[in-house]
Every structure is written in C-alpha cells, then in structure tokens.
Design a protein around this ligand. Structure first.
Ligand code: FAD
Length: 503
C-alpha cells in the first residue's frame, strides 16, 4: 500500500514495551495513532526479568493479563543474590514488601520476543495502525515545534507524516532523541555486558526456581535468568575497559568469567550454550547508563531507553519504559483533548518520570555499594566514596531533576541520611540476612524500612492499585506541590480536587 495519507494525532517510533504502551493508551482515549517499527516481530531484545508493577500495573491496565498468563512465562518471586559479605545466597522477594502482598507479589521472566509481540499485537487490537519494517529517519519541525516524521517503508520509499505529537520510543540507539537535547552518561555505572543463552542449567530449589540469580565475583557480576524449565539467559557485567577483549573473542571471555564465578560455574556445569537461532550468539551491550537532559519538547516526547536507563542489576528497564509510556500517554491525551496546556501536562510527565529514574538510580547505587572487595578494581571503583561524590552529585542532579527543585533527590548528604548515615548500613542490613532468616522475612524488613526502598515500592504500588481498582479518584494527592493527579479513567491528568472543594 501507499504510505498512509493525511495526518495522525500521534506517531510512535518503536514497537518495544515503551512504544506499544504509549500507543495503546493514546488509542484507548480515542486518538489516531500510527506506530512504526523498524524490525519484523518477533525480534530479539534483552531485558527479560520483570517487576510486579509492569505485570500487575501497566499490563493489567493494557488488558493483557490473561494473555500473559496463557503465554506460560516463568513466574518470578524475586531475586536471589550472591552479593555482599555473606557467602550464602540470600533472597529479595517482592512479598517481603508490606506494600505488595498476595497475588501481586510476583512477576515474570519473559522471552522478550514473545512478551513484546503480545504488547504490540494488543496495541493493534486497540486501534493503533502498526507498520513493521518501517524506519523513522528524521523529525519534521516548524520553529521549535516538532510537527511530524520522515520515514521509509519496507520497499525503501520515503514518506512524510504530520502528527500533533511524535513519541520517540526507539530504544537505546535512538537517532531522533538528540533533537530534544543531550544524553548524559553516568560515570558510576561504567559497565559493559556480555550475554548468551544456555540449555540445561541448574535451577534454584523449590519456589525460588523462577528467581533471577545475581552473583558478584571479583571482576563484576552475573545475571542468571531462568526463561523456561531448561533455557537460561546468562550475562556477565564487567568494567567498560574490558569491551575490546569481549568483542574480539566473546567465547573466550565468557568461558573465563564463568570459570571465575563458582556459583555460575556450578549451575552451568551440565549446560550447553545455544549456538543457533535467535539465541545463538554471544552479544555485547555497552554505554547503556544515561539520561537525556530533557524528556520532551513541544510536539515530541521520549519514552523508555530513548529517554533513560540505569543498569541491569535490579530489572528496572521495562518498568521504566512502560511507566514512562503511561505518563507520556496521559500528557498527550490531556493536551490533545485541550484539557491542559502542554507545558503543564508534559511538566508532570517529566517530573514524575525523572523522580522514578532518580529513585532507582539511588537504589542501584546503594546496591553496588553493598559488595565489598578490597582487592577488586571493579568493586573498588564502585564505592560511593568522597572522591567520587562530586561526580555522583553532578549526575544525580542531572537525573534527579534539580530544575524541578527536588533537593531531596539531589543532595548526596540527604541521600546518605536516608540510608541511616551511610549506604553501608543498608548493605549490612542485607548481608546479615542468612537464608533461614530471609525466609521469615524478618531481616529483610530492615532493608524495606529504608526510605529509598519504601519510595520505590510506593511508586510501584500506586500503579498497581490504580490498575486493580480500574482508576482512582481525583481526590488522590499530587506527587508535587501544584502538581496533577491521574484522571478518573487513568488515561489523562486532572487538577486535584481538594477535600474541602469535594465536600
Ligand atoms: P526497546 O525494547 O529497545 O524497543 C525499541 C524498538 O524500536 C525496537 O523494537 C527497535 O527495533 C525499534 N526502532 C529502533 N530504531 C527505530 C527507527 N528508527 N524506526 C522505527 N523503529 C525503530 N530491563 C528489565 O526490565 N529487566 C532486565 O533484566 C534487563 N536487563 C538488561 C540487561 C542489559 C545488559 C541491558 C543493556 C538492558 C537491560 N534491561 C533490562 C533494559 C531493557 O532492555 C530496556 O530498558 C527495554 O528494552 C526498553 O524498552 P523500550 O521500549 O524503550 O526499547
């Protein structure tokens, strides 16, 4: 067919979780949406370990709960960590949080080829015009405003499509995002990942069989994600300086890392690396810890990896992408309906998104700080030391939204206070946790008692609660002074109603 004629309310670039979430939620509000995806689905992507907020929050809101259940993904109760000073692995189960209990305390490990296709097909069903094998080339603009997109179709023909909003959800290699601003890389998470897939790897016992296993060793850490009863995603995260060695001979590098990490070596003892099909290669990912200096400009908004990503250690990528998609869709819907001026609608999107990113950034920082190894260059370089405080502060300010005046997120001293003096205490609270105590959840209470974890959990809980109640009231409190709340259908923003006015 010839290129779609006329104009769209919204053009979304990228059919990953960020793009299909945004597109679906804008279409649900009755707007005309075109989504362009460069690849033909299913396509491979990393980011297989999910958090409960994605499954019980955004995915439920999108209406894919049953389909996810039917897909037979590996249920995940949390993470098992060989990390910190305790030589025994310990658990971090979602159920330990008082804010997430019962059926919403689980997530899935997913084959992204299947998960992303479910979300994209769902967007199609909800009325989004999805075009695969179509590549966005450049934005169109009039003055400061983005007014549409130039793209090529599967036959190489070029099209120009006008839209009131362009959503860039094209992932970490986005070429469009630079229109909005600069990308700021983290100095702290200077990591590179080498990963592949194995058949026949060992499983953790009993109900922990579906947990992600994270194992620190001298030069970095491993993820070990059970995708099915027999298939495992295995990745080594090491210092950025090793990228040359990894890329030259990935086979040798992987073999060497596995040799150095006893628990992973034991788990892979009887396993064989998959060498054919979409899981057949060893892949390298680098330069993935960053945030854009701005997340939107008039006519354009960034979602998912196009906007920001922290680090794989706590499985936050798909959560940030889908949560960012929800926030962006609300702002787009409100602006299209003329209910709010653009500045206010997108200001709310940017503040909430940056806050979520900032909270995870701090949490992951503390997580890295838990691993003590005086001899190791990798771990010594990842201490939250005085020497690094300046760099860290600069980055936390950038990502934490100092422009929005949220000093609590940007002040390193405040950050330390939140952990009760130093992040070492958080580390101790976790590393004192033996497996037996962990089962009872008592010790983990200490970790969950820290401010930052409470905030992370609260944020997720809000999304979940809203999804299970099918919306909320405008009596909900705004996150920021003068801020907005979700509209009653959850698809837009509303000015909060004060208790007095409601009475
Ligand atoms: P993507 O999933 O990358 O989707 C972007 C889409 O845009 C792609 O389908 C691409 O083909 C398309 N596209 C690109 N350019 C164009 C164009 N010009 N025109 C049209 N289409 C285009 N997250 C987790 O939640 N859990 C994990 O365990 C986890 N592990 C990770 C491990 C590593 C090493 C890394 C680097 C990341 C990990 N992540 C993890 C993060 C996760 O991969 C991403 O955050 C997530 O995939 C972001 O989703 P997205 O929709 O923004 O982008």
């Amino acid at each position: 067919p010839a290129g779609p004629a006329g104009s769209y309310d919204v053009v979304v670039v990228g059919g990953g979780p960020g793009g299909s979430t945004t597109a679906a939620l804008v279409a649900m509000a009755g707007h005309r949406v075109l989504l362009l995806e460069k690849e033909s689905f299913p396509r491979h992507q990393i980011g297989e370990s999910l958090l409960p907020a994605t499954i019980h929050g955004v995915c439920r809101f999108l209406g894919v709960t049953e389909e996810l259940e039917k897909a037979g993904f590996m249920p995940k109760r949390g993470g098992t960590f060989r990390w910190g000073s305790n030589p025994e692995p310990w658990n971090f189960l979602f159920a330990y949080s008082p804010l997430m209990s019962g059926p919403t305390s689980t997530a899935y490990q997913v084959e992204r080829m299947k998960f992303d296709k479910i979300l994209l097909d769902n967007a199609r069903r909800l009325g989004v015009e999805v075009r695969e094998r179509c590549t966005a080339v450049a934005t169109l603009s009039e003055g400061e405003r983005i007014t549409g997109l130039r793209w090529t179709d599967e036959d190489g023909r070029t099209h120009e499509t006008a839209a009131r909003y362009v959503v860039d959800a094209s992932g970490s290699n986005s070429k469009l995002a630079r229109t909005v601003g600069k990308r700021n890389y983290s100095d702290f998470f200077r990591n590179v990942a080498l990963y592949g897939y194995y058949e026949g790897g060992k499983r953790l016992p009993g109900p922990d069989a579906g947990n992600i296993l994270c194992c620190a060793w001298d030069d970095g850490w491993f993820w070990y994600i059970p995708l099915t009863d027999t298939l495992t995603s295995v990745g080594a995260v090491v210092n950025r300086s090793q990228v040359g060695t990894l890329s030259r001979d990935p086979e040798a590098a992987m073999a060497q890392f596995i040799e150095q990490a006893p628990m992973i070596k034991e788990f892979l003892q009887d396993a064989e690396r998959v060498t054919e099909g979409p899981y057949g290669e060893l892949r390298v990912r680098k330069d993935y810890s960053y945030a854009m200096e701005r997340f939107w400009q008039p006519g354009m908004v960034l979602v998912g990896d196009a906007a920001c990503f922290v680090d794989p250690v706590f499985s936050t990528g798909v959560h940030l992408a889908t949560y960012g998609g929800l926030l962006a869709a609300r702002s787009i819907n409100s602006a299209l309906d003329g209910e709010l001026d653009e500045e206010r609608a997108f200001g709310e999107f940017e503040r909430r998104y940056r806050r979520e990113y900032g909270v995870f950034y701090e949490f992951l920082l503390a997580f890295y700080d838990m691993q003590h190894n005086e001899e190791s260059y990798f771990w010594q370089a990842r201490k939250v030391s005085r020497a690094e405080a300046t760099d860290l502060r600069a980055f936390v300010e950038l990502v934490g939204g100092v422009s929005s005046g949220e000093s609590a997120l940007t002040d390193l001293e405040t950050l330390k206070e939140r952990f009760g003096g130093s992040s070492r205490e958080l580390a101790d609270a976790v590393t004192r946790t033996g497996p037996a105590q962990t089962e009872s959840g008592e010790r983990m209470g200490e970790l969950f008692g820290t401010q930052v974890v409470t905030e992370v959990m609260q944020g997720m809980n809000e999304v979940q609660a809203r999804a299970s109640m099918g919306g909320a009231t405008t009596l909900e409190k705004p996150l920021f002074e003068g801020g907005l709340v979700a509209s009653s259908d959850g698809l837009g923003w509303a000015v909060p109603v004060t208790a007095d006015a409601a009475a």
